[in-house]
Write a protein that binds this ligand. Sequence first.
Ligand SMILES: [Zn+2]
Length: 254
Amino acid sequence: MRHFSGDFNGVRLLMEDELDLIAGGDGEDGDELPVLPEVIVVAHADHTSYYMPNHFNWGGGPGPVHNYNPEPSDAASIRVDVMINRPLTAVEQQALNDLTTSIQNTTDAIGAIPDTARVTLSNGKTVTGAELKEIWALTDFVINEAGFKYANGTDRGEANYANGNPVVSFNISTLTGYNQAEGGMNFLPLHELGHMTGAGRAEHESFSAGTSSYEQSERLANDIAWAIAAYSGEQILAAPNGGGYSPNHPLFTK
Ligand SMILES: [Zn+2]
């Protein structure tokens, strides 16, 4: 495992052994979609970025990106900014590597869902494949030091829709915690994506207005995560905290 607490600006491609780590190794599963090992690390003076080009052509761009340096446009790449200016522990670095794999899995899972496929949630709202792609293409991540406090009052993380240019934040302690649970890291981005859909935002507004509970808002995000994972066969948490899943497990239909 390499650590570099960069006080330089530079881009490098990951070495072969790191590629195996980040891509999950050779022949780990039988997915028909390729999991591309393009995770580019950029060291800045005060933080480290990882970015992963989107190999789908969403949003009418010129097509999958083949030139990764400099970083492609926001819509063609997902970035993780790690705002921690110290060497990560081996457990933290593993959790971060697993997050990048989970992000690539999410990109593939969403890419497999047709634009017109839809799932209808417990609040009567629907989510389409097209909506997921639109949100996910512009989503980026920020990882903060343990103890960092968010506007939602937690020191775990937040999903900020930010008028359609979403930023999902997690504390490093949240990543290492979820990484201990079977399917936890695959669940994490899918759950936050669920919160950022129109259906998820509506349920959160109901919760804020006092007409829906915290558990209902969490369950709806969990249900969206389940529907995406079920479509692609991805394994996620069997029993997430804070509301679990709806027993009927709503699914995408064409
Ligand atoms: Zn949540």
